[in-house]
Design a protein around this ligand. Structure first.
Ligand SMILES: Cc1cc2nc3c(=O)[nH]c(=O)nc-3n(C[C@H](O)[C@H](O)[C@H](O)COP(=O)(O)O)c2cc1C
Length: 218
């Protein structure tokens, strides 16, 4: 009798844990980003003068508008007729997905809908890099190449072109940040297998780089 009741208690506890996790997952809603402000920004030559890597971040969150501008600058759709983007991509494969790790959870940027899709209701910022500051930046972008979108290219070409394409996106982020007075640093120091596992990536999705963004520490 005693054995049955402890089994029952165990079952009820496990069941309620699963239910609360599911409820939590359901709570992470898509975030519709505001229209990007395409008429703002400082003159390009001044922005280039100020572009730099910074590794000290204030925990202050970025507004929906700033995230919208940031992601649109990174790789948003700038020609809706053709769906082409602010960053060039080899063969127009558009194989780089941008994930955003925030305190609320992990999202995937849908450039066409200009929307953040919920992926994981967990704060995985600390896992996006091997450096301690990554957990303090309010947003860590993770650039993931989807090799399945790259046709019949060889693996070597897929690696080369997806790395090159990520560079353009990262530089767009650097320039937007320099224009807006935001701190940023692109990063290769990542435990890729561990991060891919927690993000639930398929084997043909490859983490290329990550990039921390936030206000500079005062
Ligand atoms: C492909 C690439 C990988 C990088 N990886 C890291 C990194 O893992 N951690 C880091 O703190 N900085 C990283 N950086 C930033 C460089 O250290 C930085 O760009 C360099 O020191 C020059 O500084 P600057 O960007 O201010 O000109 C990386 C830069 C590039 C282009």
């Amino acid at each position: 009798m005693k054995k049955i009741s402890s089994l029952t208690v165990g079952f009820v506890l496990t069941f309620s844990l699963i239910c609360s996790t599911l409820t939590f997952a359901e709570e992470l809603k898509p975030i519709q980003l505001q229209k990007p402000q395409v008429d703002g920004g400082r003159p390009l030559m001044q922005v280039l003068k100020d572009r730099k890597s910074s590794r000290e971040f204030s925990p202050e969150k970025l507004s929906n508008q700033v995230i919208s501008n940031l992601l649109w600058a990174a790789s948003g759709v700038n020609r809706p007729d053709s769906g082409r983007r602010t960053a060039p991509s080899a063969v127009n494969w558009q194989e780089i997905d941008i994930y955003a790790a925030t305190a609320d959870g992990l999202y995937l940027y849908d450039a066409k809908a200009h929307l953040l899709k919920p992926i994981l209701p967990e704060d995985i910022r600390a896992m996006t890099g091997r450096q301690p500051f990554v957990k303090e930046a309010p947003i860590n972008l993770i650039y993931v190449a989807d090799f399945s979108r790259m046709g019949k290219a060889t693996n070597e070409d897929k690696e080369f072109y997806s790395a090159a394409d990520t560079g353009f996106i990262s530089q767009n982020v650097y320039l937007y940040c320099a224009s807006e007075g935001l701190a940023t640093v692109v990063r290769a120091l990542i435990d890729r297998p561990a991060l891919a596992r927690v993000m639930g990536l398929r084997p043909d999705q490859k983490i290329i780089l990550s990039q921390s963004v936030g206000y500079p520490k005062k």
